[in-house]
Design a protein around this ligand. Structure first.
Ligand code: AMP
Ligand code: GLY
Length: 433
């Protein structure tokens, strides 16, 4: 099979690498890919959002299947374009991608179909939003309606912060048209969980639940990033929580999308909060998360290509999605300054890694003298082991083997999860004694 993967970050490295190991795949193209991906796939310099460029590429290089994973090409209709050219595709249509591309669309969907989420009001004028926040109960969360690189969410502790958030989004247009409309929603509390699930629009099969670490600083401090590290499984996500999510969130969501005439196919990302009133949806994404994908794929025992093909063929009910009971940890190695300004072109050294540990390239370029940095999130060190504790330790041991000038790493990936497991163990002992 000839396969095309669109994107060029760590997520696409993880997905493309796994596909490259499938004996049925004899040609693998990645647009634009990155330095590390070019080691095992053919990369071409076509931007993931360049619809015309992708159309021209596919005319010259026919493929049997395409995998589209970044949010912006999906929101622009890349999957529709490819299907229109007769290429079956992993990834939702433009209409279904609204579940991520418009937070107001997804909030209305959840309200209409009684899917648990934070209460919210939407506004398309600064004046009306200002009036609302003058009387709101704090904290509140102000969100840009459209895509904003994960930075369009403001947790506001008081009226002053909420006014600033509204001004930045609606008047200064920090994220352009994405801030034309905003949501002001209730602040929820509880552990956060990410669940990625394959779906063909009727059947939904989740992968191992994970925990992202979104802020740049340790202990949830500093600006939000695309994600600085992930652990899986997420210990807060119990079997009972999983059953409740399936019944009240996952199945109702795909049924709602079908009902609305835009069935969702591909990977649906549930950003959940386990509140004292039960699990609630914080956000949907229309794709695999980054770095969640490269962390949970090593815990997928069954075949990835089969699951992807099944989402398009509508045969997911007959396709196994088998999960490992091991654990995994991903630590992101970022350029100093990320998510703000950072320098590129720093030479990278990688030493010998321990068993069960591997490197994923997220923002690297290959030169004659070796790999150099080429993005904010440069590499991921990923470890899989029998327990979460071992996976975290192995990932950090791996981090010590990698170096580049200005490298920044959060040192607390997995700490909250391990502390919780320790506390739980102590509590269980107490209860038994
Ligand atoms: P989002 O881009 O919607 O995932 O939001 C980014 C982060 O903001 C989430 O991972 C949460 O930590 C936080 N957040 C978003 N919405 C809420 C909410 N209603 N209550 C509390 N925290 C939230
Ligand atoms: N890691 C969060 C995301 O991919 O949206």
């Amino acid at each position: 099979m000839k396969i095309l993967v669109i994107g060029g970050g760590g997520r696409e490295y993880g997905i493309a690498k796994r596909l490259s190991e499938d004996p049925r795949v004899d040609k693998l193209y990645v647009l634009p890919g990155n330095g590390g991906i070019s080691e095992f796939a053919e990369c071409f310099d076509v931007k993931a959002t360049d619809l015309d460029g992708v159309r021209d590429f596919v005319r010259e290089h026919p493929v049997d299947f395409a995998v589209v994973t970044p949010d912006d090409p999906l929101a622009l209709g890349m999957a529709d374009l490819l299907r229109g050219m007769g290429v079956p595709c992993f990834g939702p249509s433009k209409a279904a991608a609204r579940i991520e591309a418009s937070k107001i669309f997804s909030k209305n969907l959840m309200m209409k179909y009684s899917i648990p989420t934070a209460k919210a009001e939407s506004f398309d004028s600064f004046a009306a939003a200002s009036l609302y926040i003058a009387m709101a109960k704090y904290p509140v969360v102000v969100k840009a309606d459209g895509l904003a690189l994960g930075k369009g969410v403001f947790i506001c502790r008081n009226h002053h912060e909420a006014v600033n958030a509204l001004r930045e989004l609606m008047e200064d247009r920090l994220f352009g048209a994405s801030g034309e409309r905003v949501l002001v929603e209730e602040f929820l509390e509880g552990p956060e969980v990410t669940v990625l699930a394959f779906t063909d629009g009727r059947t939904i099969k989740p992968m191992v639940a994970s925990m992202d670490h979104k802020t740049a600083g340790e202990g949830g401090t500093g600006p939000n990033t695309g994600g600085m590290g992930v652990i899986a499984p997420n210990p807060f996500y119990t079997e009972e929580a999983a059953a409740e999510c399936m019944e009240k969130i996952f199945l109702p969501t795909i049924r709602a999308m079908e009902e609305e005439g835009c069935p969702f196919t591909g990977c649906l990302y549930f950003g959940l909060m386990l509140t004292k009133d039960g699990p609630k949806v914080i956000e949907y994404n229309c794709r695999f998360g980054d770095p969640e994908a490269q962390t949970v794929l090593p815990l997928l025992e069954s075949n990835l290509l089969d699951a992807m093909l099944a989402t398009e063929e509508g045969t997911l009910d007959r396709t196994p999605v088998v999960l490992s009971n091991r654990a995994a940890c991903c630590v992101v190695l970022a350029s100093g300054g990320y998510p703000g300004k950072y320098e590129k072109g720093k030479p990278i050294t990688i030493g010998k890694l321990g068993e069960g540990v591997h490197i994923v390239h997220a923002g690297t370029k290959k030169t004659e003298d070796g790999f150099v940095t080429a993005g904010g999130r440069v590499l991921n060190v990923i470890a899989a082991a029998d327990s979460l504790k071992e996976a975290v330790a192995a990932a950090y041991e791996g981090v010590l083997k990698v170096g580049f000038d200005g490298m920044y790493v959060r040192r607390d990936i997995g700490r909250a999860a391990l502390d919780y497991l320790d506390e739980k163990k102590a509590y269980d002992l107490l209860r038994r004694s």
